[in-house]
Ligand binder design. Sequence first.
Ligand SMILES: NC(=O)c1ccc[n+]([C@@H]2O[C@H](COP(=O)([O-])OP(=O)(O)OC[C@H]3O[C@@H](n4cnc5c(N)ncnc54)[C@H](OP(=O)(O)O)[C@@H]3O)[C@@H](O)[C@H]2O)c1
Length: 236
Amino acid sequence: MLIARRPGPLEERAAELKGKHGILVKTIAVDLAARDMLKTIAAETEDLEIGLLVYDTAYMLIGSFFEHPIEKQLRAIDVNCRGPLTLAHHFGQKMIERKRGGIILMTSLSGMQGAPWLASYGATKAFNIVLAEGLWYELRGKGVDVVACCAGAIETPNYVSSKPRSLGAFAPKPSTVEKVAHEAVAALGRKPLVIPGGAYRLSQTLLERFMSRKQRMKIMAGSTEKMYGDRLITLN
Ligand SMILES: NC(=O)c1ccc[n+]([C@@H]2O[C@H](COP(=O)([O-])OP(=O)(O)OC[C@H]3O[C@@H](n4cnc5c(N)ncnc54)[C@H](OP(=O)(O)O)[C@@H]3O)[C@@H](O)[C@H]2O)c1
């Protein structure tokens, strides 16, 4: 079951997956920020056993927190917090009844400390880390695995189209989508949080070991300034 807003790309991807793997693929075109999204998704999945929930999408505002209207800031809460919490609650309950299932919440290294110029995005990503970790503990021994996939940059269409400048030769290179997906699935049942990519894992370990939170925020601010300069980009 694939969920996104635009029916066209959804159908294309569904056809690709059917052709490649010979599997049944259904789609739901819905905005995950919509108040009634659970009603739509619950109705469409009523007769299906959803074994693995991957909440991938996120809404990100780049730039000063105050330059974006409050409606957009609240959309980040709807897509990035209300969405995963609602779907984890709905599908998680069914998984508990079956004593089997998995939940992957996509999150970001920008949720590991304050993220200047991505303030609300970083805060929502911290929400997902803490939500996944809490659920991981609660569901241990119940057959349901939960993991927060806490990624650095990934070469997704959105990331590429935002045209970020390079952070230099010593910064970790953006991961491929396949690598992140593979490491997230491999971490299910093994740990509550995974940072895909050895270079990102190492840099986060060093940052946490040798830098204060204040210093890490400064590094985060510097990276975003370097990548996006003065540009104010609204993704999605
Ligand atoms: N890309 C990175 O560098 C990076 C780094 C760290 C973490 N992450 C995390 O990785 C995840 C994926 O990021 P991404 O870069 O692929 O971009 P994204 O915009 O979060 O994901 C794109 C996909 O989500 C769908 N989508 C977007 N908004 C939606 C909405 N309101 N309702 C339903 N579907 C929606 C899009 O299709 P439609 O437009 O058709 O809806 C598209 O299929 C996010 O959680 C992000 O925080 C990404």
